[in-house]
Design a protein around this ligand. Sequence first.
Ligand SMILES: [Zn+2]
Length: 383
Amino acid sequence: MTYARIPESVIAAVLRSHDIVETVGKYVHLTKHGKYMKGLCPFHSEKTPSFTVTPEKQIFHCYGCGKGGDVIRFVAEIEGYSFPEAVKTMAEQAGIPVSWSAPSAGPSPVDSARDKLREAHELAAKFYHYLLLNTAQGREAMAYLRSRGIGEKLIDRFVIGYAPKGWDTLAKFLESRKFDLGLMEKGGLLAAKQDGSGFVDRFRGRIMFPIWSRDGKVIAFGGRILGDGQPKYLNSPETPLFAKSRLLYNFHQARPAIRKSGTVVLFEGYMDVIKAWSAGVANGVATMGTALTPEHAAALRPHADEAIICYDGDAAGQNAVLKTVPLLERAGLRVSVAMLPGGLDPDEFIDKYGPEAFVRETLEHPVSVTKFKLIYLRKTIYS
Ligand SMILES: [Zn+2]
């Protein structure tokens, strides 16, 4: 995909139609300090604000991490868009015609690599999904998913797939589509052979869960091993597309339900999100193999007033709850905790007692943070 050069007049119109204070204000709580507005930076983790917006100049700048620019840069950065994608989205929002067709100056190399990676991820997701549903290789994976209560509806909804055991199933597929395999390695789909003679698939013998950006594009994968083997869960590495500290699994699908209810349910893993979805929980999201960060919390705040934390019932999960609460509260969310009995995680609870019981007995009756802390304290003292 190549971009036509975007006319300056379109960029100017987009800048005019999006006030930076209003746009940034959807993500960051800003307070006025003379000529500046100040807030906690959404791009790095901090406790005292070093993120500033200057309305007069319509720019933002962070003295902590150095990020800065105009409102288009801000949207590109926070939504994970390339510059042209941000212009296009913002132009559409403002009703500015986007059919620019000036002679192409070609995309910048960075934007072009990102586009290639996005395209490869979309294709890989469809490829894995096809292999799961339609080939003999996918049969064992299908049987496993069914045994875990994940039927075809969920498989389709979450575009679950299967990466076969062979060394180069995806590598060959991408090669046949003329992708640069070196770039695919940087994007986390392939791994370089140790002797430097080529590339192999990063994910093999795994059930594949696409991970989407906020605007619903596949940008990474989580893979669960089929059968025994290590590691049990393997995620894409950090890549130009995939920033774990900012991304929440299922956010693009959950956003409408989060907005409608004003509530987000936070899980620890994608299996929990998927199983909860089968219980009618459409506002669930999960972090991807990391603890919740201030960036995650900031991303939720424009959409929700309330967060219900639903982490594993074991000691590690409960410790994680304690660490997560202040981050969400600092972002301005009301927080409560859904308790799971017997050290179960949400996925296991649903397997054992069913989806209805999960909603009825845990999510509908979350406890306050104060009560959670008392229960936690009692457990840690007396056990
Ligand atoms: Zn910063």
